[in-house]
Ligand binder design. Structure first.
Ligand code: SAM
Length: 275
């Protein structure tokens, strides 16, 4: 069966399977949700070492071929991991579960955001060990004022500790992708700081980082001034220097700014037009 590009199919070569599964560090009582089992390279190695694997595969042909390749404690679900009802899927499983996946790179960001939501601060998903494009992995662990630091780092680091576990060359997969890959672990936990309204925080962070090299003042203006708030005043109250660049803001500082917007303008932040 040929690899389907539209599903981001790059299958892990056998020489790398043990290294990746060891890095996942499975335990006999663990229940895993595996994203995109493909031909079952990871699934077949993971299954015997854990309580159960629930594997969600979008490709009907691959999903149909999988039962013959994996142990009986693997439950296969044919579907899109961005659409499946995770509540229903995990209803009878002991939580928190763990997640593993060699992700389709074309949809890795939406999958990451879905996991951040679904993790429920580690109560429903304890951790996720994910194969990503190395560039995306670097963005997840980036520190303020470094290349790659941005909205993704802030949103992920707010609710997870992230470690890079392995770097894999293109030849670790077939067909080989054009990029280098990296395996990362996200350990979900309660948010490191309060951000007020979570959706407004996301809009603020994304909006600021669209203008990451402008001054904070100029980056904030289009986000708050249409609803009658002064960006200068908001920054003053949040204790942030207007001449700084958004790319230098730590998670805590971004949260401070979000709280200021959320709590000092409660009426406006109920239905914020641009924030
Ligand atoms: N786990 C296998 C391996 O390591 O060899 C396959 C990894 S391959 C990079 C990504 C897999 O995710 C493919 O099997 C692909 O069909 C599947 N996939 C792509 N998009 C998906 C989605 N939205 N939901 C579930 N599976 C998806």
């Amino acid at each position: 069966m040929r690899a389907r590009k539209r599903f981001g199919q790059h299958f892990l070569e056998p020489a790398w399977v043990a290294k990746v599964v060891d890095a996942i560090d499975p335990a006999p009582d663990d229940t895993f949700l595996e994203i995109g089992p493909g031909r079952g390279a990871l699934t077949a190695a993971l299954g015997p070492r854990v309580r159960r694997v629930i594997a969600v595969e979008i490709d009907r042909d691959l999903a149909a071929a999988l039962p013959a390749r994996v142990p009986p404690n693997v439950r296969l679900v044919q579907g899109d991991v961005l659409e499946v009802d995770l509540d229903a899927l995990l209803r009878d499983e002991p939580v928190p579960v763990r997640v593993a996946g060699n992700l389709p790179y074309n949809v890795s960001s939406p999958i990451l955001f879905r996991l951040l939501e679904a993790a429920d601060e580690g109560r429903r998903i304890r951790d996720a060990v994910l194969m990503l494009q190395k560039e995306v992995a670097d963005r997840l662990v980036a520190a303020p004022a470094t290349e790659g630091y941005g909205a993704l780092a802030i949103q992920v680091q707010l609710v997870a500790d992230v470690d890079r576990l392995l770097v894999l060359p293109p030849g670790a997969f077939r067909p080989a992708p054009k990029v280098t890959s990296a395996l990362v672990r996200l350990r979900f936990r309660a948010a490191s700081t309060e951000v007020g309204d979570r959706a407004a925080f996301t809009r603020l962070v994304r909006g600021l980082f669209l203008r990451r090299r402008k001054t904070l003042l100029n980056a904030l203006r289009p986000l708050v001034e249409p609803s009658g708030r002064s960006a200068k005043h908001v920054l003053e109250r949040a204790g942030l220097t207007p001449s700084r660049r958004p790319e230098t803001l730590t998670v805590d500082e971004t949260a401070r700014l979000a709280r200021e917007l959320c709590y000092s303008f409660p009426r406006k932040s109920l239905s914020p037009p641009n924030f």
